[in-house]
Ligand binder design. Structure first.
Ligand code: UDP
Length: 252
């Protein structure tokens, strides 16, 4: 266990709290049980969600790291706490889609379930006050948060994350439909994968359930669509991830 002292709350988001520590190179992240959807219009408490998302994220960050993709993750602390490197989050949500679903099908004529090959990458401006709008190239340039080469790097990283995660999830009979990641700059200017990777941020379908039955949905769509069994679905994802990954490292 790393000897560090928890400092003040730096930031509280919808699903996590981020705390300073007495070590400048360590930040502590607490995963909460709060569930929100539709820009926080829908809210609930789901006992155990924080712990499960933290446990899943820790293993997926370590998997990415083994595949040469740098993340902010350092180690698991408590069951629902992890230590990460401090990063400046890029205010852009990066979504990679392997199968058309969700907002994509509401915004253009494409049938839910249509395979997307090559995968589709969408960038959204991360700001709840504006409703996280889809960015155009020109708007991204106007925002001025990424240089052209940083944007290329961000897209390259997101596609590499997709390749790794998709292959891994397929091994545990889960279809990675789409996911959102956030990236950040470390204090020495390196662009790394940050935030979390969990059923809150990935659409995952059970490959063992045939057809388009709702039982195949093992992600936050169970909460968004009032399908019930949210905690059970996350638990199933954790069970499969745990079985396929080494236990996460503890301490620094
Ligand atoms: N997503 C997310 N946070 C957001 C928006 C989307 O984690 O604020 C994830 C979502 O869970 C899904 C993917 O990004 O795995 C694509 O979501 P989409 O754009 O289809 O939006 P939605 O249908 O969830 O509104």
């Amino acid at each position: 266990m790393t000897a560090y002292t928890l400092g003040s709350l730096l930031y509280e988001g919808k699903a996590k709290r981020v705390y300073q520590t007495d070590q400048t190179d360590l930040v502590a992240v607490e995963y909460k049980d709060d569930a929100t959807a539709f820009n926080a219009l829908k809210k609930a408490q789901l006992a155990g969600k924080g712990l499960m998302n933290c446990q899943i994220s820790a293993r997926l960050f370590e998997l990415l790291e083994r595949e040469g993709i740098v993340t902010h993750y350092l180690s698991l602390q408590e069951p629902n706490w992890m230590l990460v490197k401090p990063v400046q989050i890029v205010p852009v949500e990066v979504v990679v889609r392997n199968i058309a679903f969700g907002s994509l099908c509401k915004q253009m004529p494409i049938e839910p379930g249509t395979p997307l090959d090559p995968p589709l990458l969408d960038l959204y401006y991360k700001d709840d006050a504006y409703g996280d709008p889809l960015l155009t190239d020109a708007r991204l340039e106007r925002l001025g948060v990424l240089s052209a080469s940083q944007r290329q790097e961000l897209e390259h990283l997101a596609m590499a994350v997709n390749t790794s995660l998709r292959r891994f999830f397929a091994e545990i009979a889960l279809e990675l439909v789409d996911f959102k990641i956030e990236l950040g700059f470390t204090t020495d200017g390196q662009l790394v994968v940050a935030d979390e990777i969990s059923p809150d941020t990935c659409r995952l379908w059970d490959r063992n359930v045939s057809g388009d039955a709702q039982e195949r949905i093992l992600d936050k769509d169970r909460f968004r669509q009032d399908l019930g069994g949210v905690v059970e679905a996350y638990g199933e994802v954790l069970k499969r991830v745990q079985a396929a990954c080494p236990p996460p490292r503890l301490g620094k």
